[in-house]
Ligand binder design. Structure first.
Ligand SMILES: [Zn+2]
Length: 88
């Protein structure tokens, strides 16, 4: 998997920095995931890629995975297999 961070237009970046959705640390640009409220490095390692592949999704990968998992579970008919796999 190639890791990259898409460039943001300067006015978009400025707006995000101003609104607190993004911050610049010693590691570079980080953005806050609106779902879990955590800051993550703004690249494809930590954020999903939007469908056009030039932008990142606003949710972090952890939240995307959780979301898709919930969709899958919601779309499934519950059978006895669903009882297993509690890892908390
Ligand atoms: Zn998140």
């Amino acid at each position: 998997m190639v890791i990259y961070s898409p460039l943001l237009a300067p006015h978009i970046l400025a707006r995000r920095l101003q609104s607190g959705r993004a911050c610049i640390t010693e590691l570079g640009l980080e953005q806050r995931c609106p779902r879990c409220g955590e800051f993550w490095p703004w690249d494809t390692e930590f954020f999903g890629v939007a469908s056009d592949a030039t932008r990142l999704s606003s949710w972090c990968r952890g939240c995307l995975n959780e979301h898709y998992q919930q969709l899958r579970v919601a779309g499934q008919h519950h059978d006895s297999k669903a009882e297993r796999g509690g890892d908390r």
